[in-house]
Write a protein that binds this ligand. Structure first.
Ligand SMILES: NC(=O)C1=CN([C@@H]2O[C@H](COP(=O)(O)OP(=O)(O)OC[C@H]3O[C@@H](n4cnc5c(N)ncnc54)[C@H](OP(=O)(O)O)[C@@H]3O)[C@@H](O)[C@H]2O)C=CC1
Ligand SMILES: O=C(O)C1=N[C@H](C(=O)O)C[C@H](O)C1
Length: 270
C-alpha cells in the first residue's frame, strides 16, 4: 500500500491547520485535498502555506466530490451539517472518514451510523490519547465507587467554541454512565439556575466555562461521603487531536466498514 491520501475538511479552521501540519510531518500520509465551505475567503489559497508548513501544491476548494474521488480518507473537523453531508459522500467513495466535529444531535448520529454501513468511520469527541485513557479510567471509577458518589463534569474552552457541553464532556459522561450501568440521557443535568432543589440521586452534572484561548480542560469529579476523587485532563496544544485523527485514518484503512471510536483505534477496550 502506498502513502494514504488524505483530504482535510475545514482546512482553514483551527483544527484544519493543525491537521495539515501533522500530515506534513507524518510518514505514510500525504495531503491530497483541502475543503472549505462555498464563499470562504480561504478558497484558492495553498493549504500548506495557510497552515504554516510551506507550499503544498494543494489548493483549498469547496467541491467535496472533486477531491474525495482521488482520496483514501477525509479528516473532518467542521460542523454537524457539513459532517453529515461528508459522511454520505465518503461512504459513496468507500473511503475512511475520521469525524472530530462535535455538537452532533441524535439525528446527525443516526445519519452517520447509516453511512458507516458502507465505509469506515472513526468518530470521537476527543481524539487525544490522554482523554481516551481518562475515559477508560472514568468508566472503571464509576463502576467501583457506585452511586453514593455524585458525578460532576466541568469543562473549559476558548471563547470561540460554539457547542456545549463539549464533545469530550459528553464522552466522559457516557463513560461514567456506562460504568454505573445507566443511560446518560436519563440522568444528565446540563444546567442549574434558581431554586433547583437538592441534587437528585444518580444525576450526572455538566458545567461549562468559556474564555480566552483555552485549548480544552476537563475534570470529572466523584464527590462522595467525606472525600472526592477527581480525574483531570488539560490539552495544551491542538496537535494532540491531530495526531489522534491521522492515527485513526491510518488504522481505519485496513478495517471493514463500520462505526469505530478512538477507544478501538488505541486498543483501550476491555
Ligand atoms: N474530536 C476532537 O478531538 C476535536 C474536535 N474539535 C471539534 O472540531 C470542530 C472544529 O473545531 P475548530 O477547528 O476549532 O473550529 P473552526 O471554526 O476553527 O474550524 C472549522 C472550519 O470548518 C469550516 N467549515 C464549516 N462548514 C464547512 C463545510 N460545509 N465544508 C468545509 N468546511 C466547512 C469552517 O468554515 P467557516 O468558518 O466559514 O464556517 C471552519 O473553517 C468543532 O466541532 C470542535 O468541537 C476540535 C478539536 C478537537
Ligand atoms: O472546540 C474545541 O476546541 C474542542 N472541541 C472538542 C470538544 O468539544 O470536546 C475537543 C477539544 O476539547 C477541543
Amino acid at each position: 500500500m502506498g502513502d494514504m491520501r488524505l483530504v482535510v475538511a475545514g482546512a482553514a479552521g483551527r483544527m484544519g491547520r493543525a491537521l495539515i501540519q501533522l500530515i506534513h510531518e507524518t510518514p505514510g500520509a500525504v495531503l491530497c485535498g483541502a475543503l472549505e465551505r462555498e464563499g470562504s475567503i480561504a478558497l484558492g489559497q495553498d493549504a500548506g502555506l495557510l497552515a504554516g508548513c510551506g507550499q503544498s501544491g494543494v489548493e483549498i476548494v469547496s467541491d467535496p466530490l472533486g477531491v474525495l474521488v482521488d482520496a483514501d480518507g477525509v479528516l473532518d473537523f467542521t460542523a454537524p451539517d457539513a459532517t453529515v453531508e461528508l459522511a454520505a459522500l465518503a461512504a459513496q467513495a468507500r473511503i475512511v472518514h475520521v469525524i472530530g466535529s462535535t455538537g452532533l444531535t441524535s439525528d446527525h448520529l443516526a445519519k452517520i451510523a447509516a453511512a458507516a454501513r458502507h465505509a469506515v468511520i472513526v468518530r470521537s469527541g476527543n481524539m487525544s490519547l490522554g482523554v481516551n485513557l481518562i475515559a477508560a479510567l472514568v468508566e472503571k471509577v464509576a463502576r467501583v465507587l457506585g452511586s453514593e458518589y455524585d458525578i460532576e463534569i466541568v469543562e473549559m474552552h476558548h471563547r470561540m467554541k460554539v457547542d456545549a457541553p463539549s464533545g469530550t464532556a459528553l464522552l466522559l459522561g457516557a463513560a461514567a454512565a456506562k460504568g454505573r450501568g445507566i443511560e446518560l440521557d436519563d440522568h444528565s443535568v446540563r444546567a442549574r439556575d434558581g431554586h433547583t432543589g437538592a441534587r437528585a440521586f444518580g444525576d450526572i452534572g455538566f458545567a461549562t466555562l468559556r474564555g480566552g484561548t483555552v485549548v480544552g480542560d476537563h475534570k470529572v469529579i466523584f464527590a462522595g461521603p467525606g472525600e472526592r476523587v477527581e480525574l483531570v485532563h488539560k490539552a495544551e496544544d491542538r496537535s494532540i487531536f491531530a495526531r489522534g485523527a491521522v492515527e485513526a485514518a491510518l488504522w481505519g484503512r485496513a478495517r471493514k466498514p463500520g462505526l469505530y471510536s478512538m477507544i478501538d483505534v488505541l486498543g483501550l477496550a476491555d
